[in-house]
Ligand binder design. Structure first.
Ligand code: ZN
Length: 349
């Protein structure tokens, strides 16, 4: 008995040690409760939270709509641009703890510019966080801008104007928010303009809405990756399409359980997606809100859905291959990931 327990522990540590890359993590959703509490205290903003424990208690979500309402609450509590620096730095620190070597962090700029914060100052703060984080933790990071579907077409175009004036560090756009109420189709022209600007494209789709939302993102937005995409499981034709096109799904397993869009991890379609040969990555989405991180995601997939260390490493490689980095960086990452993996495998055999 004791022997097998030791093996399990060793395997769990090996899984945590796997090199990883993360593509779907919201900067605001990674804010540490202590950092949020400090922002509240420093600025004196009106807040329903009196303590870190109060903040943590609010992250018990009844459903997806409830999650969105708590998210909005948090947006309103970050009232100065400078807090984006510690948020970014701490996200890279947490990444390092999970052996995440590359992060594409999603920044929902309009959530904050519509509250009166300045885009340029927020970007400068994020870049300071990236510079310090990269030098202290060795984690590479790029930024993607979530244009947020709830604010409409005009706001989305304004987001592109902001990116056009200040493109440094930004590799892609994404569209988050309430996909049921705000479908993708009207944003087709935003996405074609983004492509002309040289940006890569992703869309949240098929998280809290059915497969049509994924079809819309593929057909009208022409995306390279889908955020979540879990409702593809309901549509065999779409499954085949994703198989053939190799469009990558940024799957966020624990998030889906916590916002209750799936009943349990055991019933999550990720196992079927993987077995059917879909290109997929694993991501933490909003690690603070969902009390998760990349180590937890990988370990849960192993323990609940039987993913082997070889399969989990394949997922890490998928993340390298579908990264929006240049060919040379990708080649370096491939080599580094393979080297780390060989050492890990040698150590457990
Ligand atoms: Zn997301």
């Amino acid at each position: 008995m004791q022997h097998s327990y030791q093996i399990d522990m060793e395997l769990r540590d090996a899984i945590k040690a796997l090199p990883k890359a993360e593509h779907h993590v919201h900067l605001l959703g990674a804010i540490r409760p202590a950092t949020l509490m400090k922002a509240i205290t420093d600025t004196g903003v009106d807040s329903p939270y009196d303590s870190i424990e109060d903040i943590e208690r609010s992250f018990e979500f009844q459903n997806f709509a409830h999650f969105i309402s708590v998210y909005k609450q948090i947006i309103s509590l970050v009232t100065e641009e400078r807090y984006f620096e510690p948020m970014t730095y701490e996200l890279l620190e947490s990444s390092k703890e999970c052996n995440v070597k590359y992060v594409e962090m999603s920044f929902s700029a309009p959530d904050h510019t519509l509250q009166g914060l300045d885009f340029e100052l927020m970007m400068k703060a994020i870049e300071r966080g990236i510079r310090r984080g990269q030098s202290d933790f060795g984690v590479k990071a790029d930024i993607r801008i979530d244009i947020v579907r709830n604010y409409g077409l005009e706001s989305a175009m304004k987001s592109l104007d902001m990116i056009e004036n200040r493109p440094e560090g930004i590799v892609s756009i994404d569209i988050g928010g309430s996909e049921k109420e705000y479908p993708s189709k009207p944003y087709a022209e935003v996405y074609s303009r983004a492509r002309e600007m040289g940006l890569h494209t992703v869309a949240h789709a098929g998280e809290a809405a059915g497969p049509q939302s994924i079809w819309d993102a593929v057909t009208y937005l022409g995306v390279e990756r889908i955020g979540h995409g879990i409702s593809a499981i309901q549509d065999e034709k779409l499954m085949k399409n994703l198989q053939e096109t190799g469009i990558t799904l940024e799957v966020c397993p624990v998030s889906n359980v916590r916002t209750r869009v799936v009943d349990s991890l055991r019933e999550h379609p990720i196992r079927t997606f993987f077995d059917r040969g879909l290109s997929l990555t694993v991501n933490s989405d909003d690690p603070t809100f969902f009390d998760t991180d990349m180590n937890n995601e990988y370990v849960q997939l192993h323990e609940v859905l039987g993913f082997t260390i070889q399969e989990l490493f394949q997922i890490s490689l998928n993340a390298v291959e579908s990264s929006f980095v240049d060919a040379e960086t990708k080649q370096q990452m491939r080599r580094e990931f393979q080297n780390d993996y060989s050492k890990i495998i040698d150590s457990i055999e």
